[in-house]
Design a protein around this ligand. Structure first.
Ligand code: CS2
Length: 488
């Protein structure tokens, strides 16, 4: 077995290497959630920006899993990033991760670093479910297991919001400036949302602390975009072949990449614009466009495609009728958007179709299908209810929701069952136990789940009957008929 990738000697010159001296980097960014997306996006931007100077090193941490941070630790933070285009794959070694923390094992180190005056930015990719959002109010869910545990013992947190608030409390006590909390998850108004959660948590702990955070800390919103499939054995084998070293943190992604950020950083920031990031006053239009056109279509593809045997997004897109439906859905989603500065929405849709069709990307529908209850509201339910409110149809949205309901049954056409991988998965399974397999009966159970569907959708008899009709076809595994009906 090869030695791990711990240095950059004798690496194939075809692999691009960091254009800066790693020894100059300092721990100034603390990143929580060091999964594939962080390694392909946030760290890649930071790495490219460092070519222009600066000392913005990243400490990569994870709250729960230890696998990736352990792999990075063995490799001195180095890893290979593959960029898979239709014509070629490029490889680059990312060097800006300078240390790691597995919070599950060493929570005190994470707390120390949150309080450390050198930590200027705490960036986050922890996925939607980690925030503890109450879907009904949009505020803090005090019943979320992490939130409840951290409210009970705020000085020894285990969840994201608990850590941020304890870190900020320690900085306030030490008379330090707060760090900037930079949410990079696919949530609407993600900065404002995170601020609300942090303030609601802090308020319960100490209203003075909440006031200090409100007055001094910053929570810029961001729109992040880069399709990043989970790494596979093939990714790791490619990295080993190319670098001659074992690289258990290698990751693969697409050529396209976008990062739009509100320019409000309490304690300074790197020149990420050097790497192509766009700093703007208001991220909302970009964020909505991406959530509704890209992520909403992704969810449609995943829920319709997975039970029908389309393993990868590209397989679903290879079916002309399926691709036509996706395009129709993008148009319907675009109709809910205000103009987006500098972006032509038809061109954006063309670009999305090309990205989804990229044959070099093995992006699993099962990966995207994960955590549906956390993703449906911002991707599908909000735009659908806006369309209905103004008297328009929301047919492709009804099909997407029916497809999620079909997926929630937990078995593919051949009968093989699969895990829903959703924080509300057990509740869904229990609720659907013994329910008659008809569109009406299954939809009735899922529409009744607390906090998921807004009444504007579940009480709309016409739209609801569309969902039920689609669901009947999907329960009968007649995807062709469902797509044909969606296209009408
Ligand atoms: C996907 C996203 O898994 C999912 O839910 O829709 O991860 C998507 O690939 C990214 O947001 C693209 O930027």
């Amino acid at each position: 077995m090869s030695a791990p990738l711990t240095d950059l000697f004798d690496i194939d010159p075809a692999v691009e290497q960091p254009h800066y001296d790693r020894r100059q980097l300092r721990p100034r960014i603390l990143h929580i959630g060091s999964g594939a997306f962080f390694r392909a996006h946030t760290a890649a931007y930071n790495d490219a920006a460092l070519a222009g100077g600066g000392d913005w090193g990243i400490v990569a941490t994870s709250l729960r899993s230890t696998e990736t941070v352990d792999a990075l630790a063995v490799q001195d933070g180095l890893y290979t990033l593959f960029v898979r285009g239709t014509a070629q794959t490029d490889a680059r070694i990312i060097g800006c991760v300078i240390s790691t923390i597995a919070a599950a094992r060493e929570p005190h180190r994470l707390l120390e670093l949150l309080a450390d005056p050198h930590t200027a930015i705490v960036s986050l990719t922890v996925t939607e479910k980690a925030y503890g959002i109450d879907p009904a109010s949009g505020g803090l869910d005090t019943g979320h297991p992490d939130i409840a545990a951290d409210l009970a013992s705020p000085r020894a947190p285990r969840g994201l919001v608990g850590y941020l608030v304890e870190g900020l409390a320690r900085r306030r006590a030490a008379k330090r400036v707060p760090f900037t909390s930079l949410c990079c998850d696919n949530l609407p108004n993600n900065g404002a949302l995170l601020k609300r959660l942090v303030l609601e948590f802090a308020e319960r702990r100490d209203p003075e602390l909440a006031r200090w955070i409100d007055d001094t800390a910053s929570f810029p919103s961001t729109m992040v975009d880069r399709i990043t499939p989970a790494s596979t054995d093939a990714t790791l084998a490619d990295a080993e072949r190319l670098t001659g070293r074992r690289d258990l943190a290698a990751v693969e992604t697409e050529p396209f990449s976008q990062w739009i950020i509100e320019d409000s950083f309490a304690a300074g920031r790197p020149d990420w614009e050097r790497a192509g990031a766009l700093f703007v006053e208001d991220v909302t239009p970009y964020e909505k466009m991406k959530l509704r056109m890209l992520n909403g279509s992704h969810s449609l593809i995943a829920y319709l495609g997975f039970p029908a045997g389309h393993e990868f997004v590209r397989d679903a897109m290879a079916d002309a009728r399926f691709a036509q439906l996706v395009r129709l859905h993008m148009q319907a989603a675009a109709a809910t958007l205000d103009p987006v500065p500098g972006i032509d929405l038809d061109g954006y849709a063309d670009q999305l179709v090309a990205r989804f069709t990229n044959r070099a990307m093995a992006h699993r529908t099962y990966q995207i299908a994960m955590d549906g209850t956390q993703k449906l509201p911002q991707r599908l339910l909000e735009p659908a209810s806006e369309l209905l409110a103004r008297g328009d149809g929301a047919q492709t949205f009804a099909l997407a929701v029916a497809a999620w309901m079909r997926y929630a049954l937990g078995r593919v056409g051949t009968g093989r069952s699969y895990d829903l991988r959703d924080p509300r998965g057990a509740e869904i399974v229990a609720n659907l136990q013994g329910v008659q397999q008809t569109g009406q009966a299954v939809a009735a159970v899922l529409f009744a789940m607390p906090g998921l569907f807004p009444p504007s959708l579940s009480d709309n008899a016409i739209w609801r009957s569309q969902v039920e009709a689609f669901l009947d076809l999907l329960i009968a595994d007649d995807m062709e008929a469902a797509i044909a009906a969606g296209l009408r």
